[in-house]
Design a binder for this molecule. Structure first.
Ligand code: NAD
Length: 503
């Protein structure tokens, strides 16, 4: 086994400087230490070595962030800011993200392990586009008017309408797989709607959220509108969910934590939106164009090392093309260049952490023990760092844990089907319902399958294609609510009905 570590001597000056000292948290417009005086390590996934340290927030720090966020919500500078001012600030933030795109992509790759090509080509531009798209909504939030009948007041005329108002202080809790994108998916619609935000990144990947904090200040947002606190989910995440001063929790993460948040949030009747896990099916019909299908399947499962909630991790192939497709897929998986994130040639980086690497390896061992056929991969790749090789299992079935459970790693489980009805039955045989894809050249077959699949997204002849305008979220246990698109703004506003008696 060889070492596949990032070369940190090539880091940009801004990023070398960023990691050269312990990072503080942003509360009320100031950079502060944890009140408990504790910090924790952030590690480079390519080597496992410590990159820098960040503050380990305490429950008192959550309280301080809530006070700051509420003060900003109720203060003149933000609470009375006109929609056009919120739009202007968000556009400024998007411009700053774009201006620093290369440095931010490098920091994201360093922190998460993802290939720099992906951070540069996908994470950062998607984030910039999304902030710009949401900025426009700040000036387009509106209510409706109603001609009401009120049967018990026949002699009175009424003017009735609705207003959309900010939901209040938002606690945004995000995962480690796409830290920058997940941060802006919450921040931008919340700020467009006029809310204030306490952002808590995942402990494994806090760096770009802290960098966003710097850019938020540079953009000129009033103090306390955006606060960034770092720490353990089971400590400060839980304190946020149960905090009476937080009006809404916007959460992206695992289904198990999402369920715990929903239960705990009920006590204070928090508004809660949940973007959770998935086990997304990919259906390949026997008329599919294989030249386009193979890259789609590969991107669907191996992009971001499989650490994507919508990863196409269950592949169902119609029997007639099974052998041909499997041969091509195996070759394509073997040709993926695995390496450290900062190497421009890397196509797949390490897993985010030693814990995630262990968890994925355990699933691979379970797949072998349960009788699946290991076609490609299955091993660890480097002596240092958290690498797992691209892995494909054939001859799987729904009794196996690798088919039933979300692995969140580069592991594809494949099986055959005979007809469309069987494909739909297999695709829907899961508690999840986040995403799916269909590969076919026959529009009639595509249109028969699309409504039959119980998932928030159906991609056709592609997978993992996202756009700011397209709502994204889950059916079933994959979540509640839709992020992106116009729907996202609705997650951060309350509807107030106004009924005025007029003479
Ligand atoms: P996780 O649930 O372990 O952690 C997510 C966040 O929740 C982290 O910030 C963590 O610190 C915090 N947290 C942990 N315990 C908490 C608690 N008790 N109370 C409050 N907060 C707590 O998830 P993860 O391992 O970071 O991310 C992977 C998961 O996220 C996968 O299941 C994946 O499918 C899901 N995900 C979903 C989407 C989506 O849009 N649906 C996107 C990305 C990731």
């Amino acid at each position: 086994m060889t070492a596949l570590c990032n070369d940190l001597t090539t880091l940009s000056r801004i990023n070398s400087d960023f990691i050269s000292r312990d990072r503080q948290m942003l509360i009320g417009g100031a950079w502060v230490d944890s009140s408990a005086g504790a910090t924790f390590a952030v590690r480079d996934p390519s080597s496992g070595k410590e990159l820098t340290r960040v503050q380990k927030a305490s429950v008192q720090d959550v309280d301080a962030a809530v006070v700051a966020a509420r003060k900003a919500l109720e203060g003149k500078a933000w609470g009375e800011a006109r929609p056009a001012e919120r739009e202007r600030l968000l556009l400024r933030l998007a411009d700053l993200l774009e201006k620093h795109a290369d440095d931010i992509a490098e920091l994201e790759s360093l922190d998460n392990g993802k290939p720099i090509s992906q951070a540069t080509g996908l994470d950062v531009p998607l984030s910039v586009n999304f902030v710009r798209y949401m900025a426009g909504f700040a000036t387009k939030i509106h209510g409706r008017t109603f001609d009401v009948s009120v049967p018990y007041a026949p002699d009175t005329r009424f003017f009735a309408y609705t207003r959309r108002e900010p939901v209040g202080v938002v606690g945004a809790i995000i995962p480690w797989n796409m830290p920058l994108l997940m941060a802006v998916w919450k921040l931008a619609p919340a700020l467009a709607a006029g809310c204030t935000v306490i952002l808590k990144p995942a402990s494994d990947t806090p760096l770009t959220a802290l960098r966003i904090g710097e850019l938020v200040l540079e953009a000129g947002f009033p103090e306390g509108v955006v606060n960034v606190i770092t720490g353990a989910g089971c400590e400060i995440g839980d304190a946020m969910v149960s905090h009476p001063g937080i009006d809404k929790i916007a959460f992206t993460g695992s289904t198990s934590v999402g369920k715990a948040i929903a239960r705990s949030g009920v006590d204070t009747m928090k508004r809660i939106s949940l973007e959770l896990g998935g086990k997304s099916p990919v259906i390949v019909l026997d008329d599919a164009d294989l030249a386009a299908t193979i890259p789609g399947i590969i991107l669907g499962i191996f992009a971001n090392c499989g650490q994507v909630c919508s990863a196409g991790s269950r592949l169902y192939v119609q029997r007639g093309i099974y052998d041909c497709l499997m041969a091509a897929l195996g070759e394509a998986a073997k040709s993926i260049k695995v390496g450290p994130g900062l190497d421009p040639a890397t196509q797949m980086g390490p897993m985010v952490s030693a814990g995630q690497q262990r968890s994925v390896q355990a699933y691979i061992e379970a797949g072998v023990a349960e009788g699946a056929e290991l076609v490609v991969g299955g091993g660890q790749l480097a002596s240092e760092g958290f690498y797992v090789s691209p892995t494909i299992f054939a001859n799987t079935d729904h009794s196996m844990s690798i088919v039933r459970e979300e692995i969140f790693g580069p592991v594809l489980a494949v099986q055959c089907f005979d007809d469309e009805a069987e494909a739909v039955k297999l695709a829907n045989d899961t508690p999840y319902g986040l995403a799916s894809s269909i590969y076919s050249t026959n529009v009639n077959r595509i249109q028969r399958l699309t409504p039959a699949i119980k998932a928030g997204t159906v991609w056709v002849n592609c997978h993992n294609i996202f756009d700011a305008a397209l709502p994204f979220g889950g059916y079933k246990e994959s979540g509640i609510g839709r992020e992106m698109g116009e729907e996202a703004v609705g997650l951060y506003s309350e509807i107030k009905s106004v009924c005025m008696a007029v003479g």
